[in-house]
Design a protein around this ligand. Structure first.
Ligand SMILES: Cc1cc2nc3c(=O)[nH]c(=O)nc-3n(C[C@H](O)[C@H](O)[C@H](O)COP(=O)(O)OP(=O)(O)OC[C@H]3O[C@@H](n4cnc5c(N)ncnc54)[C@H](O)[C@@H]3O)c2cc1C
Length: 563
C-alpha cells in the first residue's frame, strides 16, 4: 500500500485527515519521531483525557470540558471534521458505515462549523426510517468519542451496544484492522479511551425508527409527596429507586437536595410507534422561546457563578464569556442580519449593566444570596402541580437527548460520574441523603445531582461491565472556584465515602477522575475491572511505543508518570 502524503498541521493546531491512509501516515510519523498522537471528537470529555501532552516547556491545558484547542508542541492532535461520511451498506436492514468524525447530532460548538443537523448520523438515519437504540443526555458527540469513553443514556432496557457491528481501528504500527462483535477483542476495542489505536470507521445496524413519549414532573423529596421511595426498599404502591429505574424505559432524575429546596425532577419516556401523521411536541428544558431560554440560561450562569465564587472581580471576569455567548445566540435567533446584530448588542449591553449591578450587590451581601437560594431555585425549577406535568412526544433524535438545549458555555457543567451496582442503589441513596443533610452546602453544592441507570455491558473497561448500574452524576458548575477533583475538593468527599462504605464503584472515564493519590486510585480501578490485565496486555501489543499513551492516562491507569 502506498501511503498518502502527510496532511499538514492546521493553524488551529490540529491535523485534519481526509482518508484512512492519511491517518495511517500520521500514526507512522508519530511512531518514527517518538511523538504522541491523540484524536478529538466534540471535546466533551475532560481535555487531558482527549489530547496529547504539551511539548516540552509548553503549558498544560486546563483540565476542562469543551476545551477546543490542543496543547502546543510537536505531538499530533487529530480532528476528523474532514472524515465524517456515512455510507449505507444495506438500506433495508439499516446497516451503515460511518467515518470516525461523524457527530451523533448537530454540534453547535464545533469550532470548524462543519457539523450540521443534516450531516449528523441521527438525522441521516432518521430520513431513512432508522435511529440508535439509546442516546446520552446530549447528542453533540462524535460516534468515536461516545464509544471510546463508554458513554450511554439513562436506560436499563436499551443501549447503543445493540447497534454496533464492527470497528476499524489503526494500531501503533499503522495497521488498520476490522474487529467485529463476534471477535474476542471487540470487548476491549470499543471502549478503549484512544489507547488501543485510532478508530477509523464504525459499522452499525440501526434500530427501526420510533418516537418517544414522555413527561417531566417535579416532586418534593419528602416521603409523603414523592412517588418513588427514594431512600427505602419500596412499599405497597411505591417503587424503590432501583425498581423505578428498572421499570422505566428511559429516565433520569435531577436531585436538588439543598435544605428548603428538596425536590426531584423526574424525566421519563418510553418508545412509541412513529405515527405517519405526527406533530412533534419537543421536550423543553427551559422556555419554549429561544430568547427567553437564553435569558434564563444567562440568569442561571450569573447565579451559579456568584454562588461558586467569593470575589466580585473574579465573578465579573468569569461572566464575560457568558455575555458574549448570549449576544451570539440572540443574534442568531433573530436571523443574524445587520438589524439582529445591532439589537443583540443593545440587549446584551442592557443586560450587562443590570448584571453588573446585581453582581456587585450580591457579592457585597453574599449572605443574602444564600438566604435567597431556595426561592431562586424554586423559580427556576418549580414543583409541578397535579395534572400539570410537562408532556412531550417527539422524534428520538430531538428529545431523547434531553439536555441538548443547555448551552455549553452558559450552562457549562463538569462532572464526576459514579457507577455502582444497581443492587446497591438503596445503600448509596441512604449514604448520600445522610451526607447531604449533615454537610449542607459543602456536600450538596448549589447545583443538582443527576441520577440515572446504565445497562450492563460486555466491554472490558465499561463501568457497567457485567452489571447493571445506578449512576450518580455530581454536577460542578464550570465557573466554580477550586478543583473539585483535588484531595479536599468537592468530588473527593463522595469517592472517599463510597469507598469507606465498601460500595464498589467505577467512574465514567470522560469525566473527572481523582487528581490525588494516583497510585491508590489506579490500584482501586484495577480491582474493579475483571479484565483489566487483559486490556493492558492488549494495549502493550497494540501500542508498543506508547504513542497513544499520555501522562494523564498513565497517572490514572498506572498511578505514575509516563516514563
Ligand atoms: C454536557 C455534557 C453532557 C454529557 N452527557 C452524557 C450522558 O448523558 N451520558 C454519558 O455517558 N456521557 C455524557 N457526557 C460525556 C460524553 O459523552 C463524553 O465526554 C464523550 O466522550 C464525548 O464525545 P466526544 O465526541 O466529545 O469525544 P471527545 O471528548 O472529544 O473524546 C473522547 C475520547 O475519545 C478519544 N477519541 C475521539 N475520537 C477518537 C478516534 N477516532 N479514535 C480513537 N480515540 C478517539 C479521545 O482522545 C478521548 O479520549 C456528557 C458530557 C457533557 C460535556
Amino acid at each position: 500500500m502506498t501511503l498518502s502524503p502527510l496532511p499538514t498541521k492546521g493553524e488551529d493546531g490540529f491535523y485534519h485527515p481526509t482518508t484512512e491512509n492519511e491517518i495511517i501516515a500520521l500514526v507512522k510519523k508519530a511512531g518514527n519521531e517518538s511523538l504522541e498522537i491523540r484524536c478529538r471528537g466534540a471535546a466533551h470529555s475532560m481535555s487531558r483525557a482527549i489530547y496529547t501532552d504539551p511539548g516540552q516547556g509548553e503549558k498544560p491545558l486546563p483540565n476542562e470540558v469543551s476545551e477546543q484547542k490542543p496543547p502546543k508542541g510537536p505531538n499530533l492532535n487529530v480532528m476528523f471534521d474532514q472524515y465524517m461520511a456515512l455510507t449505507w451498506i444495506d438500506e433495508k436492514k439499516g446497516i451503515i458505515e460511518v467515518e470516525a468524525g461523524i457527530h451523533l447530532g448537530y454540534d453547535p460548538e464545533d469550532p470548524t462549523g462543519t457539523s450540521t443537523l443534516e450531516n449528523s448520523l441521527l438525522y441521516q438515519a432518521f430520513v431513512k426510517g432508522f435511529t440508535l437504540s439509546d442516546l446520552g443526555g446530549i447528542s453533540h458527540q462524535t460516534v468515536s468519542g461516545f464509544l471510546m469513553t463508554g458513554s450511554s443514556g439513562g436506560s436499563l432496557w436499551y443501549s447503543i451496544d445493540e447497534n454496533l457491528l464492527a470497528l476499524s481501528i489503526i494500531d501503533g504500527n499503522g495497521t488498520a484492522e476490522w474487529f467485529t462483535k463476534e471477535s474476542e477483542e471487540f470487548g476491549a476495542i470499543v471502549l478503549s479511551l484512544g489507547l488501543l489505536g485510532i478508530v477509523s470507521k464504525v459499522r452499525l445496524q440501526l434500530t427501526p425508527i420510533f418516537n418517544i413519549y414522555g413527561q417531566q414532573i417535579t416532586y418534593p423529596t419528602s416521603p409523603a409527596d414523592c412517588p418513588i421511595d427514594l431512600f427505602g426498599a419500596g412499599s405497597a404502591g411505591k417503587l424503590s429507586m432501583e425498581n423505578f429505574l428498572k421499570q422505566t424505559p428511559y429516565s433520569r432524575i435531577l436531585w436538588w437536595p439543598q435544605e428548603k429546596v428538596e425536590r426531584v425532577v423526574i424525566w421519563e419516556a418510553s418508545r412509541g410507534t412513529a405515527m405517519p401523521v405526527f406533530d412533534p411536541a419537543p421536550y423543553e428544558e427551559f422556555a419554549d422561546n429561544n430568547f427567553i431560554t437564553n435569558v434564563e440560561q444567562l440568569g442561571a450562569s450569573m447565579i451559579f457563578t456568584m454562588l461558586g465564587n467569593s470575589k466580585f472581580g473574579i465573578v465579573w471576569k468569569k461572566l464575560q464569556p457568558s455575555f458574549a455567548e448570549f449576544r451570539r445566540l440572540t443574534e442568531l435567533s433573530w436571523g443574524g442580519k445587520f438589524f439582529a446584530k445591532l439589537m443583540a448588542v443593545l440587549v446584551t449591553g442592557i443586560l450587562k449593566v443590570i448584571g453588573f449591578l446585581l453582581t456587585l450587590f450580591f457579592m457585597t451581601f453574599k449572605g443574602l444570596l444564600d438566604a435567597l437560594y431556595p426561592t431562586v431555585i424554586d423559580a427556576l425549577q418549580p414543583l409541578t402541580k397535579k395534572g400539570k406535568a410537562q408532556l412531550f412526544m417527539d422524534y428520538t433524535y430531538s428529545s431523547l437527548p434531553m439536555d441538548n438545549g443547555a448551552n455549553d458555555i452558559l450552562m457549562g457543567t463538569e462532572f464526576t460520574e459514579i457507577w455502582i451496582p444497581l443492587t446497591d442503589t438503596q445503600r448509596a441513596m441512604d449514604l448520600l441523603d445522610k451526607m447531604f443533610k449533615e454537610g449542607k452546602f459543602k456536600a450538596t453544592g448549589y447545583y443538582s445531582t443527576e441520577l440515572y441507570a446504565g445497562k450492563q455491558s460486555s466491554y472490558w473497561l465499561s463501568p457497567s461491565f457485567e452489571r447493571d448500574v445506578f449512576r450518580i452524576d455530581f454536577f460542578w458548575f464550570s465557573t466554580n472556584e477550586g478543583n473539585p477533583a483535588a484531595k479536599d475538593g468537592f468530588f473527593s468527599q463522595f469517592w472517599e465515602a463510597l469507598k469507606d462504605e465498601n460500595i464498589s464503584f467505577r467512574l465514567h472515564w470522560a469525566k473527572f477522575l481523582p487528581e490525588y493519590d494516583f497510585e491508590k486510585w489506579a490500584a482501586y480501578f484495577k480491582e474493579q475491572y475483571p479484565r483489566w490485565d487483559d486490556f493492558m496486555r492488549l494495549r502493550e501489543r497494540r501500542d508498543p511505543q506508547n504513542i497513544f499513551l499520555t501522562n494523564y492516562w498513565s497517572r490514572h491507569l498506572f498511578g505514575k508518570e509516563k516514563s
